[in-house]
Design a binder for this molecule. Structure first.
Ligand SMILES: NC(=O)c1ccc[n+]([C@@H]2O[C@H](COP(=O)([O-])OP(=O)(O)OC[C@H]3O[C@@H](n4cnc5c(N)ncnc54)[C@H](OP(=O)(O)O)[C@@H]3O)[C@@H](O)[C@H]2O)c1
Length: 262
């Protein structure tokens, strides 16, 4: 589904970034994988190459405008184009969660909002400048259920996710006339990712639940009575990145399996 497409992934060493990288590679995309630390990204790139795919790893801080720009230019110099930009950057939840809003200090509240919105803005804007030339491209970002529902003890994380969903719509309003689609994916928790365990820890005491009870509680709120898998998320990312989704832009695909029904 992605044969001939060139994709850049930010946060490619993480759980979602690496799952999406593997799925994009299986569908024939040429991959440029980036992350704040090279080691985890190199592992993913090597795995893809040994499975017969095409992937290069690079250390790129997705909050550093010059680094993102330089890396995109190196892609253009090497393969001449960028078709897909996927931002899967995530910052450690332990720094953000577990404190009631009335006790939260302003720096800790603002950190996720500034980090997530800035990284998405930078990577999207700089990729769009390259995509405009071809009047073609797809810009993608992962958000979360928190963007649309009230959840206690998550600090600035909900506003951060909501900001990225608003930015998805605004980017699309400006870029879709130029041939560039902008779409988000809004999963709920995937317990196989370390992120979800980390997100649970600061709230464990307040919730009075064990890790197993927490997963059951989250699953019980879905229509399917189960949480989504990373593979399911990655498959949806493939479809959205492909030309099969040419009719979709300026929206966030709700992958919460009914926890948030629209
Ligand atoms: N996991 C889930 O079930 C789930 C559900 C809903 C939403 N989400 C959201 O999806 C996003 C990704 O989640 P995940 O589970 O894949 O997280 P993850 O495994 O922690 O991966 C995040 C990746 O982002 C990288 N990163 C952090 N800051 C960066 C920067 N400035 N520049 C470049 N890379 C940077 C991290 O690299 P380092 O390790 O080197 O810092 C890490 O590889 C997060 O925003 C998360 O909140 C996750």
């Amino acid at each position: 589904m992605l044969k001939g497409k060139v994709a850049v992934i930010y946060g490619a060493g993480g759980a979602i970034g690496s799952a999406v990288a593997r799925a994009f590679a299986r569908e024939g995309a040429t991959l440029f994988l980036t992350g704040r630390s090279l080691a985890s990204v190199e592992v993913v790139a090597k795995e893809i190459v040994s499975a017969g795919g095409s992937a290069e790893a690079a250390e790129v801080d997705a909050l550093d405008e010059q680094a993102v720009d330089k890396h995109l230019q190196s892609m253009i110099d090497s393969v001449g184009r960028v078709d897909i930009s996927f931002n899967a950057v995530g910052i450690p939840d332990a720094e953000l969660l577990g404190v009631p809003l009335v006790e939260l200090d302003v720096e800790r509240f603002a950190l996720p909002i500034a980090t997530y919105a800035t990284s998405y803005f930078l990577t999207a804007r700089l990729a769009a400048r390259r995509m405009i030339v071809n009047r073609s491209g797809v810009i993608m970002r992962v958000t979360a259920l928190h963007s649309r529902t009230g959840i206690p003890l998550v600090g600035g994380y909900g506003p951060a996710m909501a900001a990225m969903e608003a930015l998805t719509r605004d980017l699309s309003a400006e870029l879709a006339p130029l041939g560039i689609r902008v779409v988000g994916l809004r999963p709920q928790a995937m317990p196989e990712t370390p992120t979800i365990k980390e997100a649970f820890e600061p709230r464990a005491k307040a919730s009075g639940m064990s890790w197993e009870q927490w997963q059951e509680f989250l699953a019980s709120k879905t229509h399917a009575r189960r949480l989504m898998t990373l593979d399911e998320l990655a498959n949806m990312a493939v479809f959205l990145a492909s030309d099969k989704a040419s009719g979709m832009t300026g929206t966030i695909v709700n992958l919460t399996m009914g926890s948030l029904d629209d």
